[in-house]
Design a binder for this molecule. Structure first.
Ligand code: AMP
Length: 143
């Protein structure tokens, strides 16, 4: 299977280069965080690495760790800022998983009881399928 490569100059690259405006809430050497223009709830924030990558499949470990560090810093601040009762940390990788912008980004989504934001639906494994899938992952990751 051929996997897609990163497209240059996504809308987030333009935000990084300050070519288009954004409500930037945090920046450090390796990451930038700004408000999502179409939030699930107010305060919905996107954290992106400055180094180019498409998503979880091609991001370097150091760039990913920098994003995670910023997510951990911001989640409690955002919760406090908007009085959220919970926070989802979410990431869409590839079109099948609803990725629309092909520059790595992690969503920080403030949540409230009964806020109507849709969560993932759950499915059931067929007989034996759970063990088969687990075995395959264990073998491939080498554990
Ligand atoms: P995803 O589906 O994970 O690729 O999410 C892309 C997100 O980027 C969506 O939630 C959009 O609302 C958001 N978005 C798109 N354009 C902009 C923009 N110019 N500024 C801020 N957020 C944006």
């Amino acid at each position: 299977m051929r996997y897609p490569v990163r497209m240059d100059d996504t809308i987030f690259d333009k935000i990084l280069k300050r070519e288009i405006p954004a409500e930037i809430v945090y920046e450090d050497e390796e990451t930038l965080a700004f408000l999502d223009i179409a939030p699930n709830n107010p305060g919905h924030t996107l954290v992106i690495p400055k180094a180019p990558s498409r998503n979880i499949f091609d991001i370097s470990e150091s760039s990913w760790l920098a994003v995670m560090k910023t997510v951990r810093l911001l989640a409690p601040v955002i919760r406090e800022a908007v009085g959220a009762e919970g926070i989802n940390i979410a990431m869409n990788n590839e079109r099948a998983a609803d990725q629309e912008v092909f520059h790595t980004h992690v969503h920080i989504i403030p949540r409230y009881h009964g806020d109507g934001v849709l969560s993932f639906t759950k499915k059931k494994y067929a007989e034996g399928e759970m063990a088969t899938v687990a075995n395959k992952i264990r073998t491939m990751v080498g554990s």
